[in-house]
Structure formats: C-alpha cells, structure tokens
Design a protein around this ligand. Structure first.
Ligand SMILES: Nc1ncc(C[C@H](C[SeH])C(=O)O)cc1Cl
Ligand SMILES: [Zn+2]
Ligand SMILES: [Zn+2]
Ligand SMILES: [Zn+2]
Length: 299
C-alpha cells in the first residue's frame, strides 16, 4: 500500500502517478508536460470531472528539492480529492466545476539528488556554466523581472537565476503548459517550506499588486481556515515584505500573466526541524493545508 504519511522517493511517486490515474480514470488523467535536464518525464495530474477544463487551478510542488513536505502535500491533495469525491459535499462540488492541474514534483532531478547525495540540495541539476557548480534555482528562472532582485548570476549561488529566463527545461515545460492553457487557469498555487507563511504577489517589488486588497482578504481567510484545525500560526502578506524580495518566481510570473489568484505557501515548520520535517508531522501539516487550499478555491 502507498503511504501518504511518509516521504516517497521519486521511483515510487512516478509509479503512483500511473496507478492513481488508472484507479480513477473518470477523475484523474496523467499528462506529460516535458522532461527534466536528466531526461526524467514531468507528469502533471489533471484532476476533476470537467471534460474540457473551463476553470482550472495549477498547483506546483517540489520546485525546491529539499522541501520534501511540498511533494507530500501534492500527493495528499490528490488522495483526498479521489477518496472524497462523491462523499464530501465541498470536494464533489469543486471537482465537478474545477480542474486541478497538479505537478507533484517540479524539480525531479533535484529531488532525486536529495535522496541519493545531498539532502539539503535546493536547485535543479543542470550544468550551464564553466564553473564546477551545478544547478539553477527554478524559482528564480521564470521570465518575470528575471535576475533583477533576490537572485544571483553566479552559478554557485543557491539562488542562481540561470543563464537566461526559462533557460531550464523544467521552467520551460511549466511556462509552456500555462501559456497553452492560460484561458482556463484562474489560480496558481506554489508549495514550499519552511516558515509557515501564505504569500502573494509581488516578490519582485515592494509595490502593492493591483489586486492587493482581494489577495489579502483571500489569504486572511485561508490562514484562518488553516489555523482552525490545530491552531498553527501562519503569517501572510505580499512576498517581498513578508519573506524577502525575489525575481523570477513562478508565482509572480503567473500573476503577471493574468492569473490573479496566485499564492505561495511556506509550509511547516518555523525552524525547529526546518526542511527536515519529521514524517510524523506530515498528516497534520497536510490536513491543515487542505483547509487553506479549499478555502482559496471557494473564493
Ligand atoms: N514569489 C515568491 N518568491 C519566493 C518565495 C520564497 C521561496 C522560499 Se523557498 C523562495 O525563496 O523561492 C515566495 C514567493 Cl511568494
Ligand atoms: Zn522553496
Ligand atoms: Zn522555503
Ligand atoms: Zn478587504
């Protein structure tokens, strides 16, 4: 049996994507949107009852390799959706009216590296410079104010923006999919760890986003829903002033493409375990995050 309260290595996750699509053919389909630097297939799970997606929500997990709770949440979300469809009123309503595009692990090569070589690895595994340093920070590689703030043009930096915007195959695959489905995608959720924050645009400037007030209201409600379960404290606000300014992020890029509901979660914890969140905390973290995520969907 597949465990949703353990961290699963890539081989298990990729088999799971096939199995869950096979198990729920009317609810789940698997789409390959590209391949990674090391030629691993990037599978997206399309979840929902809509024949052709009219209203969709894109969820990216695992953009940073060491943030293991993020892919764990994406798996949890798909499990909850498939398990409660037809039983839970809200989930059934959502899945009848919305399509969820869920990318369980965006940075697959980096995720594998954290299992095999370096648990604290963050970037992807591309080798694009004449230095002996590897990897681009995929959350600095999107084509939005690229490499202007909170990122570095040094290949050895943990926030290396890459040789060019969308230089990475992983970034290109996601950006192309969004561009090809821009009409239907109404929300973009990006899951990271750690800090317990719910962030919204912008990160690339301290300027308030045009829809700041609405984003703040949605974030406030979502954090309220999240903390109603175990009283977990989250802060929320514009990314630049709430965590730090960064350019080239998937969330800012999506927002400026017109996807107005763009949110980034920094999941548990606040530093006790950091990226090494123990497996016994996966369940409670995912349950509270489900409440926040469904709260955003409902708005
Ligand atoms: N647009 C953003 N850019 C960066 C972050 C923080 C994450 C935390 Se791991 C990062 O550094 O990429 C968060 C947001 Cl919302
Ligand atoms: Zn991250
Ligand atoms: Zn983080
Ligand atoms: Zn308000």
């Amino acid at each position: 049996r597949y465990s949703y309260s353990k961290y699963n290595k890539w081989e298990k996750i990729v088999a799971w994507t096939a199995n869950i699509a096979a198990k729920y053919p009317k609810l789940v389909s698997r789409i390959q949107i590209g391949t990674t630097t090391e030629e691993r297939p990037m599978y997206l799970l399309k979840v929902g009852k809509q024949r052709s997606a009219k209203n969709a929500i894109f969820i990216d997990c695992g953009i940073h390799a060491r943030e293991w709770i993020s892919p764990a949440f994406c798996q949890w979300f798909v499990k909850e959706a498939t398990k409660t469809y037809g039983k839970d009123k809200l989930m059934t309503k959502l899945l009848n009216s919305l399509t969820f595009y869920i990318l369980p692990v965006l940075n697959i090569d980096g995720y594998v590296w954290t299992w095999t070589a370096d648990r604290m690895w963050r970037k992807n595994r591309s080798n694009s410079s004449n230095t002996n340093c590897i990897g681009t920070d995929l959350n600095r590689n999107f084509d939005v104010q690229w490499c202007s703030i909170g990122s570095s043009n040094k290949a050895c930096s943990e926030v290396y923006c890459g040789p060019a915007a969308e230089s990475e195959k992983e970034t290109k695959a996601v950006a192309n999919f969004i561009r090809n489905n821009i009409q239907s995608i109404k929300a973009y959720l990006s899951f990271h760890s750690y800090s317990q924050m719910l962030l919204y645009p912008y990160s690339y400037t301290y300027e308030l986003a045009p829809t700041h007030e609405e984003l703040n209201d949605v974030a406030k409600a979502a954090v309220g829903a999240l903390s109603s379960l175990y009283r977990t404290n989250y802060t929320y606000g514009p990314a630049a002033s709430t965590i730090y300014p960064t350019s080239g992020s998937s969330a800012d890029w999506a927002y400026d493409k017109g996807i107005k509901y763009s949110f980034t979660f920094e999941l548990r914890d606040r530093g006790k375990y950091g990226f090494l969140l123990p497996e016994y905390l996966i369940k409670s973290t995912c349950k509270e995050t489900m409440l926040a995520t469904l709260s955003i969907k409902r708005q």
